[in-house]
Design a binder for this molecule. Structure first.
Ligand code: SF4
Ligand code: MSK
Length: 636
């Protein structure tokens, strides 16, 4: 049976869909070989459903699905009587719930490994950053003096376990310990202090069930509470425990883009978000015996490259090169040079199994909660991490002779980068104190700080907004920090190297050169947006102000995931003016749109601003930063 694709024979305008070198040539290779990518499937989906785009479609019960006519000619209420305002707010709340669940469940998985280490049950792992454990323990009121590391870790995990399960109305322990006093007061006044990660997510699902919460204000406020549970506890926990387990990132040199794949080596890609197995895979692959084993199969050795945020995690701690961001996962396989792609979870397209089926590539899923038809499933067990990692590396190596050399095409492009700017690393670069940064901000040498985060999305030109916005901001002496797929876009396009300081305005350039840092700082993976919260808190407290007073902003220029909705929401709730470059599905309700882009600022100090054009967005962000500087009495 011929598919719609065969019928339409649609081609992707390969040179127009991305600014990233190597992408167009692999899209063209895919078309020559009859393989579809996300860009092709995006074309096939056109026109996308207008009701869905506006957020006015509801299928929360079986009286529906219902949709509201945004122009007022058709139905104005669902069968149950829900209005567009209710439906849009409910849908958004479910997106926040899913995003917060993804981050926080990731935290739970890391938590489980740390707990096993503390109990002596996961011999493959150890507490690497003891200072960070002691710091966290002190914040949580756990005694640390004259105690052994595992005993401290046991007490810490006992407190963190309650973040998911406690039933009282008290704030989450990490929120109480880490959020600025001023923010806690604002959240208490708005009634949005999070109490329990799982409870807030569960309550999202309850409130959005047929016949429960119909008030958009009440729904959105619970969205804020849920997102705060994610940012200041779930994601925060994932970051802190990953640092404790694997070490807090320090600046590290590496390389990014598809050219990191090697023609004469076994290429393994680690993809997803959780580093617990991928760290072990990198260790196993780098072992001398595995490198030798690869030679037996005709390769020169084993090369591991990262993809998306698992890539960011292993890059920051082991310097592993990154092959690309989310939209490049299929392209990496289309090079024909990947022996195995090992995935954990989140942002892994099910389509990679189909694409891999056209080559010799093995897709290996490793998490009990993430399986893909057509993939091999080798389940991760922390107690046997080393053995599982070795088994996977061997599978990849043994697959090398199956590679069809005639079909290999690796784009040559790659870019040198420096990544790994945790808050601690930034402090160290500043000489151990925030003072140089604060003085630079006060004088106006650096005008402000913007966190750019989030995904890539075939709705917009791949990596264009990420790079354009970042360039425009640094030209205007605004320091850019960021995470996730933005960080990979910035790296591929040369913004993560100290030499990129040449592209910055005179003030920022001077500071970057003095400190030998890039003007755009790679702070990690999506869950590491929590690092940006800690940086904002430190700055606000050092200046004696609240986060909304800082000359700072956030942006997700090409976002697509529900996690990004949760991140954006905890940014605004933490007092950050937050730009979105792709339009969220809320325009079907004027009320919800106004609440998110105007009214919410009076409640929590931050708000959303939607602008697809990155140049216009940069201009607005610069104006917002100027206004904040004026209010602080600092030169503009
Ligand atoms: Fe329709 Fe209401 Fe059911 Fe939604 S909850 S599908 S609006 S009847
Ligand atoms: S991987 S959530 S596409 S940043 Fe973190 Fe990239 Fe967004 Fe996934």
């Amino acid at each position: 049976m011929s598919s719609r694709w065969d019928y339409l024979k649609r081609k992707v305008p390969s040179k127009q869909v991305s600014i990233t070198p190597g992408v167009a040539e692999l899209i063209e290779k895919a078309e020559e070989e009859g393989i579809k990518t996300a860009w092709h499937r995006y074309l096939e989906q056109q026109p996308q459903c207008g009701f869905g785009l506006l957020g006015v479609c509801c299928r929360n019960c079986n009286m529906g699905p219902c949709r509201i006519d945004p122009f007022g000619y058709g139905p104005t209420r669902g069968v149950c009587g829900a209005t567009a305002d209710t439906i849009v707010a409910r849908n958004l709340l479910r997106m926040i719930a899913a995003g917060a669940a993804a981050h926080s469940d990731h935290a739970r998985d890391i938590f489980k490994v740390v707990k096993m280490v503390a109990e002596g049950k996961a011999k493959a792992y150890k507490i690497t950053d003891i200072d960070k454990l002691v710091w966290l323990a002190s914040l949580l009121g756990v005694p640390t003096e004259n105690r052994n590391v595992n005993d401290i870790a046991k007490d810490v995990v006992e407190i963190l376990e309650r973040e998911f399960g406690k039933q009282d109305e008290e704030p989450l322990a990490l929120v109480k310990a880490l959020a600025p006093e001023k923010r806690l007061k604002v959240w208490a006044k708005a009634g949005v202090v999070p109490r329990n990660i799982d409870r807030e997510i569960c309550e999202c699902m309850h409130r959005t069930h047929i016949g429960v919460d119909a008030d958009p204000v009440s729904l959105l406020l619970h969205g804020v509470r849920t997102a705060l549970a994610d940012g200041w506890s779930g994601s925060m926990m994932a970051t802190l425990l990953s640092d404790i387990l694997f070490g807090t990132p320090k600046p590290v040199r590496s390389v990014m883009n598809l050219g990191v794949l090697k023609e004469d080596m076994v290429n393994i890609i680690v993809h997803g978000h959780n580093p617990v197995l991928s760290m072990k895979i990198v260790e196993a692959a780098m072992r001398e015996d595995m490198q030798e084993y690869a030679k037996k199969f005709g390769a020169k050795g084993v090369n591991v490259a990262g993809m998306c945020c698992t890539g960011n995690e292993v890059l920051m701690r082991l310097g592993v090169p990154i092959a690309g961001n989310m939209l490049m996962q299929e392209l990496a396989i289309i090079t024909g040079a990947v022996e195995a792609i090992i995935v954990d979870y989140q942002c892994v397209m099910p389509a990679i199994a189909d694409v891999a089926g056209c080559y010799h590539t093995k897709v290996i899923t490793t998490e009990p909660k993430m399986k893909i038809p057509g993939a091999i499933h080798i389940e991760f067990e922390p107690e046997h991490a080393d053995e599982i990692a070795e088994k996977i590396v061997r599978i990849a190596i043994e697959n090398f002779p199956n590679r069809s050399k005639a079909r290999v095409h690796i784009p040559k492009h790659k870019m040198e980068i420096v990544a790994g700017f945790s808050v601690e690393a930034i402090l160290e670069a500043l000489g151990g104190s925030l003072d140089p940064l604060i003085n630079a901000l006060k004088e106006g040498t650096i005008k402000g700080i913007v966190g750019i985060v989030g995904c890539v999305n075939p709705k917009v030109k791949h990596n264009y907004s990420h790079v354009t916005l970042a360039k425009k901001l640094i030209e205007n002496d605004i320091l850019v920090v960021g995470t996730g797929c933005w960080a990979i876009a910035a790296g591929i396009h040369g913004l993560l190297s100290p030499e990129a300081a040449e592209q910055a305005g005179p003030g920022l350039r001077k500071i970057c050169k003095a400190l030998n840092i890039p003007p755009c700082l790679h702070m990690g993976s999506c869950v590491d947006c929590s690092r940006i919260l800690i940086a904002l808190k430190a700055l606000a407290e050092a200046l004696g102000v609240d986060i909304p007073d800082l000359p700072a902003a956030g942006s997700a220029p090409e976002w697509m995931s529900e996690k990004a909705v949760s991140i954006g929401t905890y940014f605004i709730a933490s007092g950050v003016f937050t730009h979105l470059g792709t339009i969220p599905p809320v325009l079907g309700s004027k009320k919800v749109t106004k609440l998110l882009t105007e009214d919410v600022e009076d409640v929590v100090g931050g708000k959303f601003y939607v602008e697809p054009d990155p140049i216009k967005a940069a201009e607005t962000i610069i104006e917002v930063i100027k206004e904040k500087r004026r209010r602080l009495g600092w030169p503009v």
